[in-house]
Design a protein around this ligand. Sequence first.
Ligand SMILES: C=CC1=C(C)c2cc3[nH]c(cc4nc(cc5[nH]c(cc1n2)c(C)c5CCC(=O)O)C(CCC(=O)O)=C4C)c(C)c3C=C
Ligand SMILES: [Fe+2]
Length: 411
Amino acid sequence: MSLRGFSRRRLLGAAGAGTALVGAGVAGGYLAGSSGAEDPAPGQATVPFRGVHQAGIVTPAQDRLHFVALDVTATGPILRPAVVALLKRWTTAAERMTAGAEAAPGGAVNRNPAAPPSDTGEALDLPAASLTLTFGIGGSLLDKLGLPRPAALAELPPFQRDQLDPALSGGDLCIQACADDPQVAVHAVRNLVRTGFGTTAVRWSQLGFGRTSSTSTVQQTHRNLFGFKDGTNNLKAEDKAALDEHVWVPASEGPPWMTGGTYLVARRIRMHVETWDRTSLTEQESLTGRTKGTGAPIGATEEFAPIDLTSPLIADDAHIRLASASSLGGVRILRRGYNFVDGSDGAGHLNAGLFFLAFMRDPQRQFVPMQSALARHDRMMEYIEHTGSAVFACPPGLADGAYWGQPLLEA
Ligand SMILES: C=CC1=C(C)c2cc3[nH]c(cc4nc(cc5[nH]c(cc1n2)c(C)c5CCC(=O)O)C(CCC(=O)O)=C4C)c(C)c3C=C
Ligand SMILES: [Fe+2]
């Protein structure tokens, strides 16, 4: 029986999502880095909402995304209490939905029929589908609250060939919803957005499909819309030392509310797939630095073979050379992006691309040098265009009873 089914909803009752839902998460859920050997049937899995780190970062990347950036519309003396109240409501609803329950007790059909339902209903009867909800804070919200921005949350500099649309960039808050069912991800975002009415307004949002990064060694590498395996040389959940080095903010770096958290860089990258499709296979592989079939580095046969950067077969302006840790003094990032197709552009082209999401300890020291090198020298830039950009601070995971943003707002 689905957690969203009638029996389950009655079982949870009006008050007690907390204990029951945490239990459901542990019983049926993935633990970060688990082997997957005991995974429940597809769609039935739950990912624990609380923990040391937020879910949706190193937990196995699901296949679908709905990402939303919001602005806080409350101002003046009510700003801070309104944000605190909203984050408490969001946390309660998010924890319920990640466990497969409706956004609020009573839900879609079991409340006063003369009042709007407390859940919009489109996920009734659907299981949790590994839903994760990951929350981030934009530097602009800290400015509004009169709180200092961590240096890592400074605005990104302009990069060569950026074509950023302000309407697809920035935001005071973000929520990343990932699930193995698009309807579950959309339902979660819609219900959180609805809960924010009067305090927040949607600034921009992005749907994604076909994860372009694996975040665990048990996952297969999927393909981007250029047809190449993407995520082969990504950081993986199993490499905890690398995550500590490149992803999680250590206590020594501060501020205290970010210890165990990470920063998210989001870039909406349009891919000119029609131009790409008129490019020879040899050129496609040469500018990527990998073969299209197996994903192996050019000159090797296995996908996960080490990249020999002394080889002249990997061109100086190949994507994987320019983005590699050895070309960037050891810099690495955790990629977690998705493909998108937002219809067409009215000029006979698909409005398609990669919604690039990456988590890192300090965007200024990691994303900035990497993207600077790519923007200047990457031959792939002839086929792509960065049209949206945002950076968010993603605080650490929640202990029992805590709400999203609490260490920041109650410091
Ligand atoms: C600034 C960071 C990066 C952007 C922006 C980016 C865009 C982008 N990438 C691809 C396709 C592939 N990227 C691959 C590897 C790769 N990409 C980045 C960073 C950015 N990519 C890194 C750090 C790496 C790994 C480099 C390494 O050390 O080997 C690959 C190869 C497979 C893999 O390892 O993932 C592909 C393919 C596209 C299409 C794109 C923009 C649309
Ligand atoms: Fe890349």
